[in-house]
Write a protein that binds this ligand. Structure first.
Ligand SMILES: Cc1cc2nc3c(=O)[nH]c(=O)nc-3n(C[C@H](O)[C@H](O)[C@H](O)COP(=O)(O)O)c2cc1C
Length: 351
């Protein structure tokens, strides 16, 4: 026992010294239309013009992989934010459509009739090249397709995308962001390129739409989700603490089902290694079906099974065995990370 304590103490010291780098740490759319209303894309941009790197891999070949795909093009980050909400809610695969030539701020100056985006939108034959591939497109049952409204329409790169892949057997659900325009007829041109798919009516979101806004829309949809997919669709949690509020979307797995059974709960959180807020759970929760290890992203919520602690990652951490993915923080991560010392968090299901 003593040897075990010494060993554990040494391990703790090592973890504290090298922080979260330690695997196994307790880690947890013609220009004849009116000028677009609303802020310019550049003003609305929250991120650089290049969307995130592709996240998808291959479909059903891996049983843990989702059959729901969220594919999107986003020049300035607004559509990407909605796509990420969808990913969290449905535990879907996320695929950024990356232009071979990234759009610069100048390319997006729609007030200039000769800017690249305007020229492309005015040219029926324009098909901007895509830099990345979507693997196993035929394996998805549901495809959410996101884009910014450009002059009332979808950017031509979406046409390139749909001409490249066959989504014949899938249900396609378009969504978009815009300064103020609605979805309008923006999906009509796209629909003509995937006529064999079943298209559901789409939805326009503002850049600031919340996870709840998106979740409510998803709930209203007639999606052909298998029982497994239904099961994976996430439950939202509300975290209330002295510094404010945060929200989490849980995955649906054995661990989260057990965790849900102990809610509502008041948990004591503490800082860990400059990248996590952790809380030891009073009860053991199942790890059935958990991956052997996984690499948490900032905003992930996990169980570190060996120590029985919940972990909310607000910083970079390495992959660790024994770490079980539970969900993602969808709001309030900064507030949580700024909490010092020990702090109480009331956790309840967000209705
Ligand atoms: C070339 C161009 C045309 C646009 N046309 C419209 C429009 O017709 N209606 C509108 O409300 N917003 C329009 N916008 C604004 C974008 O739809 C809006 O900023 C969108 O959220 C950007 O999404 P993103 O950040 O994912 O690229 C346009 C922007 C650009 C660059």
């Amino acid at each position: 026992m003593r040897r075990m304590l010494v060993g554990l103490t040494a391990f703790f010291l090592l973890c504290a010294l090298i922080g979260c780098a330690t695997p196994g740490s307790p880690s947890v759319s013609s220009l004849t239309q009116a000028t677009p209303a609303g802020a310019s894309p550049a003003e609305e941009a929250s991120t650089p013009s290049s969307p995130s790197t592709p996240e998808t891999g291959g479909g059903k070949a891996d049983p843990t992989q989702s059959n729901v795909l969220v594919a999107y093009f986003s020049a300035t980050g607004n559509t990407r934010a909605i796509a990420e909400h969808l990913q969290s809610i449905l535990n879907a695969d996320l695929h950024a459509i990356v232009p071979e030539t990234p759009y610069t701020a100048e390319d997006l100056e729609y007030g200039n009739g000769h800017c690249r985006a305007n020229l492309e939108q005015n040219d029926p034959a324009s098909r901007p090249a895509i830099a990345n591939e979507l693997e196993n497109p035929g394996l998805y049952d549901v495809v959410f397709l996101g884009y910014p409204i450009w002059w009332g329409q979808a950017p031509k790169i979406l046409y390139t995308f749909l001409e490249r892949y066959d989504f014949g057997g899938a249900t396609i659900v378009p969504f978009c962001t815009s300064g103020s325009s609605g979805m309008g007829s923006s999906a009509d041109g796209l629909q003509a390129l995937a006529e064999n798919a079943r298209w559901l009516p789409g939805q326009r979101f503002s850049a600031s739409a919340s996870v709840s806004d998106v979740a409510s829309w998803v709930e209203s949809l007639d999606l052909p989700l298998s029982s497994g997919e239904e099961e994976r669709a996430g439950t939202q949690l509300l975290l209330t603490f002295e510094g404010g509020e945060a929200h989490i979307v849980l995955e649906n797995n054995a661990t989260t089902r057990d965790f849900l059974s102990i809610l509502p709960a008041s948990l004591l959180f503490q800082e860990y290694a400059g990248c996590e807020k952790i809380s030891y759970l009073a009860e053991e929760v199942s790890t059935a079906g958990a991956p052997e290890r996984y690499d948490p992203r900032v905003g992930d919520v996990a169980l570190y099974a060996p120590w029985g602690n919940l972990a909310i990652f607000y910083g970079d951490a390495d992959s660790a065995s024994g770490l079980v993915p539970m969900g993602r923080v969808t709001s309030g991560l900064e507030l949580l990370s700024s909490m010092e010392g020990e702090f109480e968090v009331q956790i309840s299901i967000f209705e």
